[in-house]
Structure formats: structure tokens, C-alpha cells
Design a protein around this ligand. Structure first.
Ligand SMILES: *Cc1c(COP(=O)(O)O)cnc(C)c1O
Length: 264
């Protein structure tokens, strides 16, 4: 298969949508994805804990909806976003993708997020638990009355992960480990939500592996109270090996698949 000369501006092209010939950007994404999957399977073979395939979530923030469609075309359905406005727009144009909300979330945005998100990875406080639960119940009522279109939370409870802070600064988001159990209990008790597990971002300026080892410990404690909370969302482009070594079940990879993000 050859790429046509004029496909170089394809990153912003909508003409390529129905094209039988793979555009240059799709070709690039496919290559990046192949390399990333090789890294991931090497990491899976080098684990201290955990078994089974690690799920890949492609983080598409700052990249256009066309890239989400291209990812679907090359077999990646799970995509992550960290801002509601951007995510909501893309989810409208690519409804077949499975949307993961991974960023800090203002409670008032819950109403929007529950319309498209299959999972919220970044639950970090009680007020957000309450807001998400209420938003799910309101959305279901609106759908039942024919006033809104369905969405993932009309098919089952909204999967929520509690984000844990792995350093003691709160800058990168997440609940302190001592507060994890209470927040997790609140998610599990909230009608419309389901507790899926934990999420974390490695601390800045220190080695990721000891932090992910701690996260694994927190996840194990959580499972004693909530046996079905089995997910560990950890690992990004730079540190996925360390996260997978300590039992990550879901890695969130942006630049490693999509390339460098425009500086925002
Ligand atoms: C942007 C982002 C990622 C992906 O980061 P990369 O370094 O590009 O892989 C993962 N998780 C969260 C929470 C993010 O905001």
C-alpha cells in the first residue's frame, strides 16, 4: 500500500474518513501502537505481581477526533481524556469509542461526563462521589423519559476508580492513602456508581517503581473490603514498565502512541 502525496496534511483532513487507502497519520499511529504493544508485552513478562493482559487506554487529549477514529480503525477502542469540554465534543463525533475520564473533575461537570464516560479514573473527594451519583441517576431518569440519549451509565453502574496520591503534595491530585478506604466505601455505597479500583500518577522527581509498589499495597488492602475492586490504573508512556511490574491492569498512554502533545 502506498501513501498518496497529498495525504501529508491528513492530520486535519476529514476527506480521509471513508478512504480505502490508509492515510499517513493512520500509518504512523499503527507503527507507534505496534511498538507500544511490544513494550507492553515485554513488561507483562517481567512482573512481580499480577497476571493476565494489561488493558491499554490511549490518551487522546489535545489530539483531534479524527485521531480517535483512526485509533478505532487500528483496533484501539479505549481512549482517555482529561478535560470535559474537549472529551464531550470528541465523544459526540466518535460515539463508538469507549471514553475514560482521567483528569481532575469539577463536581459541576459530572452532569456532562456521565453522558459519555464509561469510567471515571479520578475520583478524589466525597463531594465528587455525591455529584457523580446524582448525575447518573438524573441522566437515567432523563433517558427513561425520552429527554436524553442513552450512554454507558444506562447499561450498568458508572465504573469509578479512586485516585490515590503517591506523594504527600496534593498537586497531582488524588486522595491521601489514609483517606482511601473511606472514599472507596462512599463510592461503593453510592447508587449508580460501581467501585472498580484505584488509579495513580507517579510522583514527580522520584523513582516510579517504589511508588507503584506502594499503590499495589493499597489496592490489596482495598480488595479485602471490596473484592470486585480489582483495577489498578497506573503507568503512562514514560513509566509503564514500572507500573506493570507492580500489577497495573490499565495503562494510560498518550505520547507513546499519539506523539508529542502540542505545548498547551
Ligand atoms: C496525559 C495523561 C496521561 C498520558 O501521559 P503520556 O505521558 O503522554 O503517556 C496519563 N494519565 C493522565 C492522568 C494524564 O493526564
Amino acid at each position: 500500500m502506498t501513501e498518496s502525496e497529498n495525504s501529508t496534511e491528513s492530520a486535519n483532513s476529514t476527506e480521509s474518513e471513508n478512504s480505502a487507502v490508509e492515510d499517513a497519520r493512520t500509518h504512523e499511529l499503527r507503527g507507534n501502537l505496534e511498538r507500544l504493544r511490544e513494550r507492553l508485552s515485554a513488561a507483562e513478562n517481567d512482573r512481580h505481581v499480577g497476571t493476565g493482559p494489561v488493558d491499554l487506554i490511549a490518551v487522546t487529549k489535545f489530539f483531534p477526533a479524527q485521531d480517535v477514529q483512526r485509533l478505532l480503525d487500528v483496533g484501539v477502542r479505549d481512549v482517555g481524556e482529561n478535560r470535559d469540554q474537549e472529551a464531550a465534543e470528541k465523544a459526540r463525533s466518535v460515539p463508538d469509542a469507549t471514553w475514560h475520564f482521567i483528569g481532575q473533575l469539577q463536581s459541576k461537570k459530572s452532569t456532562s461526563v456521565v453522558r459519555y464516560a464509561s469510567r471515571v479514573h479520578s475520583v478524589d473527594r466525597m463531594s465528587l462521589v455525591t455529584a457523580l451519583g446524582k448525575a447518573v441517576r438524573n441522566h437515567r431518569a432523563a433517558v427513561a423519559e425520552g429527554q436524553a440519549q442513552g450512554g454507558p451509565c444506562t447499561e450498568g453502574d458508572l465504573d469509578c476508580l479512586v485516585q490515590v496520591s503517591l506523594d504527600d503534595s496534593e498537586g497531582r491530585g488524588g486522595v491521601r492513602p489514609v483517606d482511601l478506604a473511606a472514599l472507596a466505601d462512599a463510592v461503593a455505597a453510592e447508587e449508580g456508581l460501581r467501585l472498580g479500583g484505584v488509579m495513580a500518577v507517579a510522583p514527580l522527581g522520584s523513582a516510579p517503581e517504589p511508588a507503584f509498589e506502594r499503590l499495589h499495597g493499597y489496592a490489596q488492602q482495598l480488595r479485602e473490603q471490596h473484592p470486585s475492586a480489582t483495577q489498578i490504573s497506573a503507568g503512562m508512556s514514560a513509566d509503564l514498565e514500572a507500573a506493570v511490574r507492580w500489577g497495573s491492569t490499565h495503562v494510560r498512554v498518550g505520547s507513546g502512541i499519539l506523539g508529542a502533545r502540542p505545548v498547551g
